[in-house]
Design a protein around this ligand. Structure first.
Ligand SMILES: Nc1ncnc2c1ncn2[C@@H]1O[C@H](COP(=O)(O)OP(=O)(O)O)[C@@H](O)[C@H]1O
Ligand SMILES: Cc1ncc(COP(=O)(O)O)c(N)n1
Length: 274
């Protein structure tokens, strides 16, 4: 029998399905991994923005995580929106106790629409309790700036930030994403004392809701399948590039990406005569 690989996302919701836990589950499924989800916050949002959010209780989140871990142990876990100090402390403790093989940390702070999804006072806890446990952390430039407390404008500063997040803050690998810069979409990975860069053309579209969630979820799925960090990020980049390029064009604001695009592309290639 083929092995069933399992991935868990611990994150917030998006009822329109473009970001957060909904995007994560779709990405897990697309990559052939059994997806599981623990909800930290229920967010009222769509492609136009975030209206409000409510955190689940500590007790409920704790029991959700226990329900998963006691029953179906994930091969990889990702965290997205965690919102508060209490939730970060709880998740950090549960992750440590569960001894998870691969943990991908998407340090979600502010939605593209500008709404804060993490309370300001929780940043230190994110840094102290979760970054040291991360197999891979996937900050965008504003998040990397908050973590290291320095501004990032140049490619060299992206490289320095990725290295600092590994060497000073204790992640095993860090990929600083270039989505928020101009020009080509270049992401910088620092791992094992080496830099790797992942590049795609910048696609001229406003439909980038949930790009970071999807990218980190694909990396999580690939790590669950026992791929190396470099292989997982390579697939993550191919997936998100295809998903942005072949936009669905839905929603009245910043629409979701196309989670079908990567698989359709590969199936087309597979159908080519040899
Ligand atoms: N317009 C774009 N064209 C191509 N790739 C993009 C574009 N916007 C973002 N990306 C890529 O999408 C991934 C997610 O990056 P980013 O949008 O910065 O994350 P976040 O959602 O956390 O802000 C990265 O690989 C980044 O390079
Ligand atoms: C629950 C949740 N998690 C993460 C994001 C960030 O996604 P984006 O930066 O694309 O708005 C979001 N909007 N909602």
């Amino acid at each position: 029998m083929t092995e069933i690989y399992k991935a868990l996302s611990i994150a917030g919701t998006d009822p329109t399905g473009g970001a957060g836990i909904h995007a994560d589950l779709k990405a897990f499924q697309e990559q052939g991994v059994y997806g599981m989800a623990v909800i930290t916050s229920v967010v009222a949002q769509n492609t136009l923005g975030v209206k409000s959010f409510e955190e689940m209780s500590q007790n409920n989140i704790s029991q959700q995580i226990d329900c998963v871990i006691e029953d179906i142990k994930p091969d990889a876990v990702k965290t997205g929106m965690l919102a508060s100090i209490d939730i970060i402390e709880l998740v950090a403790e549960k992750l440590k106790a569960a001894n998870i093989q691969s943990y991908v940390m998407d340090p979600v702070m502010v939605a593209k629409s500008g709404h804060h999804l993490l309370y300001q006072d929780a940043i230190d806890h994110l840094k102290k309790l979760l970054i040291p446990q991360a197999t891979v952390i996937t900050p965008n430039i504003p998040e990397a700036e908050v973590i290291i407390g320095k501004s990032i404008e140049t490619l060299q500063q992206m490289r320095d930030a990725a290295k600092e997040i590994v060497q000073v803050y204790g992640a095993k690998a860090a990929i600083v994403k270039g989505g928020h810069r101009d020009g080509e979409a270049r992401d910088v990975l620092y791992f094992d004392e080496n830099f790797e860069e992942f590049v795609s053309p910048r696609f001229d579209t406003k439909h980038t809701h949930g790009t970071g969630c999807t990218f980190s979820a694909v990396i999580t799925a690939e790590l669950a399948k026992q791929k190396s960090i470099k292989e997982a990020v390579t697939v993550g980049k191919e997936f998100i590039s295809a998903a942005i390029k072949h936009t669905l064009g839905i929603g009245k604001g910043q629409g979701p990406t196309n989670h079908f695009a990567y698989r359709s592309m590969n199936q087309q290639i597979a159908r080519q005569p040899l």
